[in-house]
Design a protein around this ligand. Structure first.
Ligand SMILES: Cc1ncc(COP(=O)(O)O)c(C=O)c1O
Length: 413
């Protein structure tokens, strides 16, 4: 039976139809607002983070004349698809155990003179340790592209993400903190590299009036349905249908066509971006406070491991990423909570080499990634949406405690 309320799996900023109507006469200050927020001179706009990554990869392939790219073993399949679209061969790097951080020993071994760029990723909105990756990249003449698709608004050493890597990419897709249904930006601190990226974009991207109209219609639908009453129509029912047939990859939306839509992004939704930027700092602050309080409760009351911020960083916290002791425990928790409409879900079903449809675009040596696989097998997520109230969170916690109770003997008083 489908639940009456459906919570989103991530903390997207809602927008009302009323706000959309009011925007007709608003001024578009999106570019200025973003530059001010990120403290950068300029940013490039794209129709999605996927498009931004494709253009970034293509630019660096041309600049370096190299043929390969290094991606984290556990990330969004769209990143591998963008690399393939740019004609780069995908080499996967394993992660450190129980972490989103690239395994620097593995990276050192695979970041050779064929590699154009390395893509450290701020998974779950948590800024990654970029210095170690940058040092290896520099030694090997590769560039660093920070994939901050999930982390707009997060910061490192009190500085917003966007300046630490050669190129940083953010996403404004549906369900992301700042959502324009789709959209993305690339921040490129070096003006020469920025103009190269712009040149590639101008050469490869065309306006697409049909897609822009479709996205605007989808935005209108999103404004009506992105709430606990409407979400079952645009999310929950499809999820339950896919799960009922055992199709986990489709249940979390991990299947993507190799040909992704790319178009020149410049439309009315910029005005919405400018409007949402005003709410963003408070939105991120309250998400972070909620998340920090909840991960404390999870650590105190269950045996789960929680993915946390590294020191000197602040995450944007779209969801909490939790690790069980094994796949069996995770599966029991999911069988109770996944279809209950409570915002409990999974991030990526497999490590990248576990998706059959991606295998042809991966380098053959990239197959064995034990730590990335272990993350995929033992993890689940809890939404950090403000709609997931304390009562609902307690209910989730109680269900989790059944399968992953606190081991008091491990923590003597
Ligand atoms: C880590 C990561 N990179 C890239 C992307 C692609 O972003 P977009 O949907 O804007 O193309 C996503 C999408 O969720 C993501 O999670």
């Amino acid at each position: 039976m489908s639940p009456t309320r459906e919570l989103p799996p991530t903390a997207g900023m809602p927008v009302s139809p009323f706000e959309l109507v009011n925007l007709i006469t608003a001024r578009d200050t999106f570019a200025e607002d973003i530059c001010k927020f990120l403290a950068v001179d300029d940013v490039e706009f794209f129709s999605s983070a996927t498009t931004a990554l494709w253009i970034a990869f293509e630019t660096l392939k041309r600049k370096t004349g190299r043929t390969h790219i290094v991606l984290p073993g556990y990330t969004c399949p769209l990143v591998a698809i963008s690399a393939h679209a740019a004609g780069l061969r995908v080499r996967l790097c394993d992660l450190q155990p129980n972490s989103f951080e690239l395994d620097l020993n593995h990276l050192e071994r695979i970041a050779d003179e064929k590699v154009a760029c390395i893509v450290p990723t701020d998974m779950a909105g948590l800024p990654c340790y970029i210095e170690g990756v940058s040092a290896i990249a520099r030694r090997n003449g590769a560039y660093v592209i920070e994939d901050a698709a999930q982390a707009f608004g997060a910061s490192r050493k009190n500085t917003p993400l966007g300046t630490a890597a050669d190129i940083t990419v953010f996403s404004f897709a549906a369900g992301k903190g700042l959502s324009l249904v789709d959209g993305g930006i690339a921040s490129v601190p070096d003006p020469d590299l920025r103009s190269l990226l712009r040149k590639t974009a101008n050469e490869l991207l065309r306006p697409d009036f049909g897609l822009v109209c479709l996205r605007n219609l989808q935005l209108l639908g999103y404004s009506f349905l992105y709430n606990p009453t409407g979400l079952k129509w645009i999310y929950g029912n499809d999820l339950r249908k896919a799960l009922s047939t055992g199709d986990l990859v489709h249940a979390v939306g991990d299947y993507f066509e190799m040909q992704q839509p790319h178009y020149k992004f410049a439309d009315w939704r910029f005005k919405l971006g400018a409007h949402l930027m005003k709410r963003l700092p408070d939105f991120i602050r309250s998400n972070r406070n909620r998340a920090l309080g909840r991960i404390q409760q999870i650590s105190a009351q269950t045996s789960l491991e929680v993915m946390r911020e590294l020191s000197d960083t602040e995450g944007s916290w779209p969801f909490l990423f939790l690790l069980c002791d094994g796949q069996k425990t995770r599966n029991k928790i999911m069988s109770d909570l996944w279809t209950a409409g409570l915002g409990v879900s999974r991030l990526f079903i497999h490590e990248l080499s576990g998706y059959e449809y991606l295998k042809p675009i991966l380098e053959t040596e990239s197959k064995d990634l034990p730590n990335a696989r272990s993350l995929a097998e033992r993890s689940f997520t809890v939404s950090n949406s403000h709609w997931l109230d304390d009562e609902t969170f307690k209910h989730i916690l109680k269900a989790v405690q059944t399968y992953a109770p606190m081991d008091h003997s491990a923590h003597p008083a």
